[in-house]
Structure formats: C-alpha cells, structure tokens
Write a protein that binds this ligand. Structure first.
Ligand code: AHR
Length: 506
C-alpha cells in the first residue's frame, strides 16, 4: 500500500483549542467510587482522592472534565452531594445506589488537584430552570445570598467560577430519564439558558444535540433545538461512539471518516438554521462495545438488584481500539474550524483509558497512549492536508484513504503528524511532503501489534505490553521548498511523528 500526503505550513484549518482534550467523569459504575475516589486506598489523600489515579490523569493530560453525567444527571439532585447530610439515593439511569459521599465540592477540589477545567451538567430530566439557576448561583455567585453563603459555609469561600455548563444530557434518547421531544427540550433549554445568563453572563452554554447520528430524530432534533436556542447558547453537543460490528475491521478502522462526516452534518445544520457562531462540543466520544452492554451487561445489572458502584462497561481495550481512538483524535484535529471542545468518555474505569483495581493499582489501557500523545503534542494550528494514494472500500463509511492523517504546527515551528494506517494486514509506504519548513524528525511513537501480539492484545493490571514504540523506518530529506518524510507504517497502526525546525548555521 502507498500513501502520499502534502501539507503547507501556511495552510491552516484553525487553532487547536486546548479544550479539544477533555474527558468525562460520571457517577456511573466505578468512575467516581473506587475510581477517582477511594478513601482508605494506600495512595489516597485525606480527601480520599486516589494519588495513583491523579498521577495517571496528569500524565494523560485532559484539559477539561465533564461532570456529573451523562445519563446519571437526569435524575440527580446536586444538593445531595453538598454538606454533612449525604442521603443514599436510587440512581435509575444505571440501576445503582448512589452514596453521595462525593459531590460538588469534592469534584471542584479534585479538578483543581488534577489541573482540569470543570464542565458541569445540569439536570433537565426530572428538574429544570429553578435547579439550574440555583446550582449556578451556588457555584459562581461571590456571596451575600442564601445559596452562595451556603457554599462559603461549606468550605469554598471563593466562587468555583465554572465557565462551561451543559444544558442536560442526551434528551433525545428514550432511555433518558425525563426524555423530551425536540420542541419540549428546545423551549426548556432556551428558558434555562436565559436565566443562567442573567445570573452569570460569563458562562458558556452547551445545548444537547442528538445522542448519535443513528438516532431517527438526528438532524431534525438539531434543527428544532437550535431554532429555539440560537443566540442563547455557545455550543451544541455531539456524541459519537464506535465499535467493531461483526468482525468488520475495515469499517472500524475508518471510524475517523465516520466522525468527520458526523461533524460536517451537524456543522451544515448550524449553517442552514442560521444559528450564528455555535461551536460543536463533541462532549462524549470513544470506542465502546455497546452490543455487549445492551445484550449482556444491562440485563445482568438490572437482575442483580440495587448495588453501590457496580462494575459497568469496564471495556478492556485492544490494540485495534487504541488505533481507532488515535484516528478519532485525528478527526477532531481536522475539524477544529467547527469543533470547539471534546471529551473522551470517560476517564476512569467506565470505558476509560485508566483502570483501577479496588485497593489495588491503577493502570493504563491501550487507549491511554494515543490520547496522551495527542494532548501532549498537538498544539498551535491544525494544518490542511491533501491525502492521496491507495484507498479502502468500507461498508459503513464508504471509500476512505488507506491512511488517515492530521498535523499541527506550533508558533515555535514544532510540527506533529498523526497517522493511522487503516490497512489491517499490510504495511503502507508513506511519503509526506511539508512545504514551507525545513524540519528534522526528533521523535516517533507507534501503537501497533508487535512481535508476539495480535490486534486483540490488551493491557491488564498485571502487565501492560501495549505501549508506543519508536517507528523503525522513517527518513527525512530536505528540498528547496520543504521537507519530505518517508516512512513505513506497520499494518493496523497509529503513529506520531514529531518534527523540529532545522536551526540554520550562523
Ligand atoms: O458514557 C456513557 C453514557 O453514554 C452516558 O451516560 C450517556 O450520556 C451516553 O449514552
């Protein structure tokens, strides 16, 4: 297989927002309890925050974390997680018991410790305008009112100052507690947005888009909701989960093209409706074996009765999954002209790059690596690329290039190129020409099956054989108009090339 890629450092798609590297912690399964919070764990501090998890979170590098849901938020009472009284409640979304031992103040403190911005979701399922106004006042109003003084008395003298607020979650989904039609939700979101802006004009609001492109209401939902909320919200959410269907690895490896099309479809609706400057918040994206959840896990969970933090969707990821996560990150980078932020769903235990054993260690899943490398190296502007060469016909995403690519260059001239070889069984000869810059290769990292591994190889608490290794076959030549990099991309692989500007001799 062959692929030729052309870039020009003066042709940018747009700046790479740091918020592109967000993640998500929901009160679901073991994301919070025995995930980020486990009092008594050997690495936990006096607040119960697991130190080993915080270390891995800092290494992973998320910039924003969405909280507290997800489906959970649609029946949640935020007051239950504040103050001395912490009632145990039923969580209908995940058929679980919620202890509420971890709540708003704990999350604000954890986010500060993890050095991430908070994206807070309000309940527009069982609750509405009043609750949203109250939780915002509690969090962001300096003092002198009952709610803000309650926050101060609870230990947070200064306002939390959360800037990002989600107006509910996946309200189009029939599974959602308080599910609504687009018209019902659009009106509620608009009125909620109006009062929230009165209370704090500095916030940014995210209105809920469809929960997936396969929803029968996809498109109409966005049109209706945006007609109601245009001028009142800043972003519309897009949720996208991918999985391998019936062994169709070609389609799975082309998921990045699926996300490109999904983002473009939502962008077109924003333009068609004339909704103005609305960003797309891809605030749930990942790979997730939903068939296993629907057919096996969910019936088992419901039959098992109400339990505290049961194991839910702790998917153990393979090398293939890591390659797909890398390609989805590539799609986000290619679409920075419309995508203003994105959240890998989720962060710990629940379809997550970080797993924990209760009382035991925290460890890196295969998908940890592409996220960590992109959050570290993608900065500056995303470059417009022309990709030619061999192609692949896929059942789900049509004809796609054999290589999926994205690239960034920062103000100091460092360039990073992110490449997915979608050929499941063949290596691909890559020729990458970057016009307008003399660059040298200063690092490379590849995730691919290595000797003794298959595409199904996973990491575990005991051993982590899947990690990035340097790409062996890469070379750089300089031409008058730029730099040419040649490389052999292994079959089914995801690679980062890090390029440094050549320092001219004096
Ligand atoms: O991330 C898991 C779940 O997926 C979220 O709670 C929900 O919003 C989505 O359907």
């Amino acid at each position: 297989m062959r692929s030729q890629i052309e870039a020009d450092v003066s042709h940018a798609i747009g700046p790479v927002p740091r918020r592109l590297f967000g993640s998500f912690v929901e009160h679901m399964g073991r994301a919070v309890h025995t995930g980020i919070h486990e009092p008594g764990h050997s690495t936990s501090d006096s607040r119960g925050f697991r130190g080993d998890v915080l270390d891995l979170v800092r290494e992973l590098g998320p910039t924003v974390v969405r909280y507290p849901g997800g489906n959970f938020v649609s029946a949640y009472r935020w007051e239950d997680g504040v103050g001395a009284e912490r009632p145990v409640r039923l969580d209908p979304a995940w058929h679980s018991l919620e202890s509420n031992r971890f709540g708003l103040h704990e999350f604000a403190a954890w986010a500060a410790a993890a050095d991430v911005e908070v994206m807070y979701a309000v309940n527009l399922g069982t609750r509405g305008i009043q609750e949203a106004a109250e939780v915002l006042e509690y969090c962001n109003h300096p003092g002198g009112t009952a709610l803000s003084e309650r926050r101060r008395a609870t230990g947070a003298d200064r306002p939390f100052g959360f800037r990002l607020w989600c107006l509910g979650n996946e309200m189009d989904g029939p599974w959602q507690v308080g599910h609504k039609t687009a018209g019902e939700y659009g009106r509620l979101a608009a009125e909620t947005a109006r009062v929230m802006r009165m209370i704090d004009p500095g916030i940014e609001l995210i209105v809920a888009g469809s929960s997936g492109p396969e929803m029968p209401t996809f498109g109409e939902w966005e049109r209706t909701v945006l007609k109601h909320t245009a001028g009142l919200v800043d972003h519309i959410s897009l949720h996208a989960y991918y999985q391998e269907h019936d062994g169709d690895v070609d389609s799975y490896l082309a998921s990045g093209a699926g996300l490109d099309a999904h983002i473009r479809a939502v962008a077109d609706i924003i333009d068609e409706v004339g909704a103005g400057k609305i960003g797309i918040s891809v605030d749930e994206w990942n790979v997730w074996d939903q068939r296993h959840w629907n057919e096996v896990e969910q019936p088992r969970l419901t039959a098992g009765g109400w339990r505290h933090h049961p194991k839910i969707i702790e998917d153990t990821y393979t090398i293939t999954d890591a390659v797909v996560v890398g390609s989805l990150l590539g799609s986000l980078l290619r679409n920075v002209d419309r995508v203003t932020m994105a959240n890998l769903a989720q962060l710990v235990n629940v379809i997550a790059p970080i797993r924990t054993e209760p009382g035991g260690p925290a460890w890196r899943q295969t998908t940890f690596h592409p996220f960590q490398l992109v959050s570290t190296f993608a900065s500056g502007v995303s470059l417009r690329l022309t990709v030619g060469g061999d192609t692949l016909e896929t059942a789900r995403h049509g004809r796609v290039g054999i290589v999926d690519a994205a690239a960034t260059i920062d103000e100091t001239g460092y360039c990073s190129v992110f490449l997915t070889n979608r050929a499941a069984t063949s290596a691909t000869d890559l020729s990458l020409r970057i016009h307008g810059a003399r660059l040298n290769l200063c690092g490379s990292w590849t995730v691919a099956p290595r000797s003794g591994q298959t595409r199904h190889t996973t990491n575990s608490a005991e051993e982590q054989p899947v990690r990035p290794v340097p790409l062996r076959d890469a070379a750089v030549t300089h031409e008058p108009e730029g730099t040419v990099i040649t490389a052999i991309l292994p079959p089914l692989s995801w690679t980062v090339l890090r390029l440094t500007p050549v320092v001219r001799d004096a």
